[in-house]
Design a protein around this ligand. Structure first.
Ligand SMILES: [Zn+2]
Ligand SMILES: [Zn+2]
Length: 227
């Protein structure tokens, strides 16, 4: 991990091959006038902030150019929040975001058989956790985001589909392009509504049905206390 990736100088934004070289540059260019000590003062803080913006812009350009997956990887990990590719507007943050925290329950049936909803959908081990995820295999979808907004079934499926750390994807399980019939709390979603647009509300019981429907369609789920 030492001295591998490009290290930006916090003061001027220049990139260096190693921490050692960057430190030498710091000592030589930014220490004699006492710049570093003054970083806390208002004047230098704004200079510092603008330098930081330049660094961020530079990183952004690097990303855009796709110049160096190593840089992307290193920066992605050290970034305070976003740490994985955004999927359909759903971010992957380094910590669970609990400002908005609700749960819905998902049952998927294929020709009457209940399909396994794996744990850890949307959780990338040691890296990040998507706003839509599962922790266990109960079918409970955790909706945990830093902002209150609508989330949809389609977004959850997109996170699932993208595989991440899961061995089986949604497409593999269902093996096709069949459009499901969806029930929310026992009420059939009209066929004029795209099933992907079904909103995830707190304590919704969502049944997604492919092929022959099951004998009875679940209309509610007993969530554990606290969820
Ligand atoms: Zn969670
Ligand atoms: Zn949760």
């Amino acid at each position: 991990m030492v001295d591998k990736e490009a290290i930006p100088c916090e003061v001027c934004g220049k990139f260096f091959d190693s921490k050692t070289v960057m430190k030498k540059h710091m000592d030589y260019y930014h220490n004699e006038a006492g710049n570093l000590e003054e970083i806390g003062s208002d004047k230098t803080r704004s200079q510092y902030a603008s330098k930081k913006l330049i660094i961020l812009a530079t990183i952004g350009i690097l990303f855009a150019l796709g110049a160096g997956g190593g840089v992307y990887f290193a920066m992605g990990l050290s970034s305070p929040s976003q740490a994985g590719p955004t999927i359909g507007g759903i971010q992957c943050n380094t910590m669970e975001q609990l400002l908005f925290h609700i749960h819905a329950h998902l049952d998927i049936f294929v020709n009457g058989h209940l399909i396994y909803v794996p744990p850890q959908i949307g959780i990338v081990d040691d890296k990040c956790i998507y706003w839509l995820h599962t922790h266990d295999s109960t079918g409970i979808i955790h909706i945990e985001s830093p902002l209150k907004r609508d989330f949809t079934l389609g977004q959850f499926f997109d996170v699932w589909k993208s595989k991440l750390n899961n061995s089986s994807s949604f497409n593999e399980i269902l093996g096709g392009k069949v459009v499901p019939i969806v029930y929310v709390n026992g009420n059939k979603v009209p066929s004029t509504v795209n099933y992907k647009d079904v909103k995830l509300n707190a304590h919704d019981e969502i049944a997604v049905i492919y092929g022959t429907p099951p004998k009875s369609i679940p209309s509610k789920y007993s969530f554990p206390e606290g969820l």
